[in-house]
Design a protein around this ligand. Structure first.
Ligand code: FES
Length: 82
């Protein structure tokens, strides 16, 4: 789906740019032209950026939860340690 009609940029291209290191709308605008003409697409582009960044952070959160649970001793281990 096209997000930016002025520069013929699709949602997937914005997502790829975010995954490639463009973390904000200004940087993506410099790279792809999104939001640099009529600016109608800026809110939709920002929404895509936010979604990609939020989804990219989820595996890290899962890892943190796994580390927390691994560092918590089981009730049996707590008795043994006592
Ligand atoms: Fe993106 Fe116009 S639609 S700048």
């Amino acid at each position: 789906m096209y997000v930016c009609l002025c520069h013929a940029v699709k949602e997937a291209e914005i997502a790829a740019a975010v995954a490639g290191g463009c973390k904000d709308l200004d940087t993506i605008g410099e790279a792809l032209g999104v939001g640099t003409s009529c600016e109608i697409c800026r809110s939709e582009a920002q929404s895509i950026i936010d979604t990609v960044l939020r989804n990219a952070s989820q595996p890290e959160n899962v890892c943190k939860q796994e580390l927390i649970s691994k560092n918590q001793a089981s009730p049996l281990q707590q008795v043994i340690n006592f």
